[in-house]
Design a binder for this molecule. Sequence first.
Ligand code: ADP
Ligand code: MG
Length: 771
Amino acid sequence: MTDAVDAAARAGLATPVAGTGEQQPFGRPQHTPLESLLSATHSAKLRDELGVETVEDLLDTYPRRYAERGEMVDIASAEPGQDVTLIGYVTRVSSQYMRSGRRGKIYKVDFGDQPNEPTSTIEVVFFNDRSFEQPGRFIGRRMAVFGTVKDFKGQRSLSHPSYEMIDETDETGDAGAAVDTRPLPIYPATKKLSSNVVRQCVARVLDSGFHRRLADPLPESVREAERLIGLEEAYRRIHRPDEVREVDAARRRLAFQEAFLLQTVLATRRAARQAEPATPRPARANGALNAFDAALPFKLTSGQRETGERIADELAQPHPMNRLLQGEVGSGKTLVALRAMLQVIDAGGQTALIAPTEVLAEQHLRSILEALGPLASGPVGAPSRDADDLLDGEGMLGSAGTDVSGGPRVRVELLTGSMPTKRKKQVLLDLAAGTVDLIIGTHALVQDKVSIAELGLLVVDEQHRFGVEQRDALRTRADIPPHVLVMTATPIPRTIAMTTFGDLAVSTLTELPAGRQPIATHLVCLESHPTWAARIWARIREEVDAGRQAFVVCPLIADSSGQGTGGAPMTSVESTYAYLAQQPALAGLRLEPLHGGMPSEDKDAVMVAFSRGEIDVLISTTVIEVGVNVPNATVMVVLDADRFGVAQLHQLRGRIGRGSEAGTCLLVTQLPEQHPSVERLQAVAQTTDGLALSEYDVETRKEGDVLGSTQSGGTSSLRLVKVTRDGELIARARKQAFELVAADRQLAEHAPLRAALARLDDDRREYLERA
Ligand code: ADP
Ligand code: MG
């Protein structure tokens, strides 16, 4: 069951569906087969190429843009910075290999206003689009390109724009009239399914009057309050506008609907959860939490204190806490979570911490054992016994549940998919028996048939990687819902907080613990400055000579595709390690590789040696993304940095500048400077403000990536709503939805809305089944 289904079921909205035994909270979704209106060929193509399954889906497949028919956008007047649609002709295609051994080709297309002897032209650059291997398919033909005009070395150019070949016949052919001045909708298309065909299919649906028979899911009161047009009119305008400006009201309405449906699901879920019972876990005097606080070697930041009090209070309530804890890398979230877990353990509950990967789970184990010191017991035996090396001889005395001094002890265990079966079984048994206090794990914790006798608090370390469904899987398995605390590694923009995390209350840690040093980040573009490679290694040498340590981060463990050319650094840990071992600049330094493919004992040994200063340069994968805390490390070199996401790079560089010295991070790329991915790196280099970066990240990534599976999986994904741009709209939709649900939790008065939500649910379920 999906979380929404589950939440709604708890809310009493469920109606059983005959035959399936499943509950569908909002009733049966409406599905009209494509074949009922379209040919079998077109139906199959829509399904295969665009994932459009039903007529309803097709109506929700909106044009990406509109080209003004018969009116050529003037290439001559396109200005840098402008977002444009240009219609013209390809006059020449040339290609070259990218330099620096990066596999791939750049295609340069001359694009002009006339097929022959154009009076104005603009350069259009495509990366790795193999269709341009056959220039004959383009030269002399009419094409529309959509993109942002850039100024590249004084020349106007478009970099990797969307494009569409335009049929000359389409101009006058399809409407029958000699001159059709209506805008031409440009639909999402693929090689096998052109925008023109999609347009014809949509036209058939509209001609049949199908859209007139659909009930409007937006309650009239909401439509009036928001001054939105009706559904039928919205579909007509978005698919068949008489003028482009007609589209605005349609988009606004359909966008509002998207946001509103999502917010209604979240409101329903929140209401259902608030009504659930939970076991109160009030703080206890003289427990593990008190002992922990007493031994804490530093003062909590005021944010940690305030959030801590808030959480302590919520844990003591008879209804479950559902809170998101966000804050900059290193702002001390894990500490807040650990203190919450100790309170729950003191009150007789068990606690679980879920990380997105095994490596991260292991690192959480290490840092939690370190933080607990003598308060911790376990894990018993393999595999992470060696983690106690990190404790510098403290802790890990005695066995589970016993304590030499008679004080409170916390039994910590790890559960990951790759643990030996026997060991895993033992941990599972102990979890079920209630003898494990704090379990740290990956998804194995969710997927296996894990039963945790007395789960009181679930902490989820999101790292942008879990969707709502996964987050909820463990929560909903418990007989009595646990309290839930979700941590995000980087601050998230308000709009994301309202969507992906919209069912949670939010706390933010805004200050970093005192004494953190600034990190200077530089972009190193080897394509334009091949000699800088040598400078990088010289820089590392200088730092090591000054008594400090360095990270070199690579995207791969082993090189599968050969190696870089011309002395450029290579992209895998193994080959970079081999290469650096030969570098005269690094002669005599202690280098070690580290990656997730190594046995965990070896990994731990390397990490321990690095943290003790016995290794100068660590060459690793993103294993070091979190958990490693080596204040003496001051330089980080990220090779092929373009292979990493913005949030990940920000996380990575959070590993340096943790001590008294300032840090330097070098983002190295072999891509040409004008490549779109390099812009991302520039953004990371320009700011250390995590919130600004996550906002940038949201703007540049696809919505689906941002929102996770929930909203991207099905056809009811957020298509028109842009979480960066539409904060206002989302906020208003949220207000309306929460008001509606507060007044009518069952949505009894809103049958069409229930039907639309059923479709949303259905898509989500399908997505989960496919995944
Ligand atoms: P986050 O999870 O937000 O990235 P952590 O909780 O892992 O941050 O904290 C990062 C580091 O800072 C850890 O080594 C932790 O012990 C330390 N730390 C946490 N809170 C404080 C504080 N108030 N003062 C000093 N150091 C702190
Ligand atoms: Mg952390």
